[in-house]
Design a protein around this ligand. Structure first.
Ligand code: CA
Length: 233
């Protein structure tokens, strides 16, 4: 049995054709799934069946999708992927800040959906392990939290304390899109909330250092107008 067969996904979507497209895709690729046609039913199913990931539409007939995220995050860290017709950055940012992991904008391709699910699956599988371990490893990147040491491709990388904090935050949230606001609050405290320019400067130097060793891959992905993500390699 492949791993995907054990993975159960809650599909929250009120639009029947979109819901059918998603569930057909899931079925074809060996995923198990549950469906909810509104927010209240999504909350009930999430609580009763503890799915491994949630695909969530934001425009629901009863509750707003953002409200659903807030309520689920009250008790669960399950990966939540937004599937929404709202394409404004502000909607995505609001959903990510509420605790969603990722987003897809309608219309989306089936391949794109499957790729996001694989990311969620990996993230779920590693969640406990990464939170407890004093070491972080992601391909050629290694962080020794106890020693405060960072290595890339076997080369030691010297970071300032702010760059190190930034890297640790991204590492601890590998595969998750982090918004500018979230990063600024965690690294600098809330008074810096709107200083995206500062963040951009620190991120550029951090990247330059990480990508300096020969063969170093680009690990930090930019989401223009939204934030950053550390990719698992
Ligand atoms: Ca809808």
């Amino acid at each position: 049995m492949s791993q995907s067969n054990l993975f159960q996904i809650l599909v929250v979507e009120d639009d029947a054709p979109v819901r059918n497209l998603i569930t057909t895709t899931l079925k074809t690729h060996g995923y198990r799934y549950l469906v909810a046609e509104n927010g209240e039913s999504a909350l009930m199913q999430a609580a009763s069946f503890a799915p491994d990931a949630i695909l969530l539409d934001l425009g629901l007939p009863d509750l707003d999708g953002i409200e659903v995220i807030h309520r689920i995050r009250g008790w669960s860290e399950v990966p939540i992927i937004i599937i929404s017709a709202r394409s404004e950055d502000s909607d995505k940012i609001e959903a990510l800040d509420a605790g969603a992991d990722d987003y897809l904008t309608k219309p989306f391709s089936v391949e794109e959906l499957l790729a996001r699910l694989r990311v969620a699956q990996r993230r779920q599988a590693r969640q406990n392990e990464t939170q407890q371990s004093p070491f972080y490893e992601n391909g050629p990147l290694q962080i020794d939290y106890a020693a405060g040491r960072v290595q890339m491709c076997g080369e030691e990388i010297h970071l300032t304390s702010t760059e190190y904090k930034l890297l640790c935050l991204l590492a601890q949230n590998t595969d998750k899109v982090l918004t500018h606001r979230f990063i600024l609050q965690k690294v600098w405290g809330s008074s810096w909330e709107n200083d995206v320019g500062t963040l951009r400067v620190f991120m550029a130097t951090l990247r330059k250092k990480l990508e300096k060793p020969i063969g170093a891959p680009r690990l930090i992905q930019t989401y223009i107008g939204i934030g950053y993500r550390m990719m698992r390699v």
